[in-house]
Design a protein around this ligand. Structure first.
Ligand code: ATP
Ligand code: MG
Length: 204
């Protein structure tokens, strides 16, 4: 591998579709932690989203590509969509570590996701391998994070860093509902992503 990134961000998500909430969190983390690259990794099969039908990984990856194209620090990866079975963050972080040996890894999440971290597979090992950046998100106060993490080794808790970002009350769920109901999604996500959704008839 030609790349020798020292400080690498990972932005994980279902990205069904990607929107400005994801992008603002990733850019905030890039700046705050001087990340040389942030890799957006669409989930293949998220274990916690078994209830509804998730769009084809190919569509989700293309939308992610379209969204990051204008930021030279952002990139995408298909490592999760290419991996069979459920997508676990632990497997992704292990794979990124082997692709970029020596890089310090910052896994970027929103407040809702980090509050669920105790349910994640191999959480202790995960917190030994990377930092977690917890971006603020409207509706998910980070105030009770400390209490929520009471069962975790304090050394591991230190690996979770809260980060204030501009509050955007945008979710993919809301965007899908808007498309379904014929309401506008303009200004909630990048225009090329909006065009892709409309052209392909996604979320109808
Ligand atoms: P869905 O409604 O389908 O769950 P979502 O908008 O929550 O979609 P995800 O793909 O589930 O998007 O989220 C990926 C990551 O981005 C998660 O860590 C989530 O917390 C974070 N995130 C999503 N939206 C925002 C937002 N508006 N502000 C901050 N973080 C966000
Ligand atoms: Mg979500």
């Amino acid at each position: 591998m030609a790349h020798t990134w020292k400080r690498l961000g990972i932005m994980g998500g279902t990205f069904d579709p990607i929107h400005y909430g994801h992008l603002v969190a990733a850019e905030g983390a890039r700046h705050a932690f001087q990340l040389e690259k942030v890799i957006f990794i669409p989930a293949g099969r998220p274990p916690h989203k078994t209830g509804r039908k998730i769009s084809d990984p190919h569509h989700r990856w293309i939308m992610t590509e379209l969204a990051v194209a204008s930021n030279p620090y952002f990139d995408t990866s298909t490592i999760e969509v290419d991996r069979p079975g459920y997508s676990y963050t632990i497997d992704t972080v292990r794979e990124v570590r082997s692709l970029y040996p020596g890089a310090e890894i910052f896994f970027i999440t929103g407040a809702d996701a980090v509050l669920e971290i105790l349910n994640w597979k191999n959480v202790n090992e995960l917190l030994e391998m990377c930092w977690f950046v917890a971006a603020t998100r409207p509706g998910y106060p980070l105030g009770n994070l400390k209490r929520r993490l009471a069962g975790i080794d304090p050394e591991h808790v230190k690996r979770i860093i809260p980060m204030e970002v501009p509050a955007l009350a945008i979710s993919s769920t809301e965007i899908r509902a808007r498309v379904q109901e014929g309401r506008p999604i303009k200004y909630l996500l990048p225009e090329p992503v909006e065009a892709y959704i409309l052209n392909r008839g996604l979320y109808k």
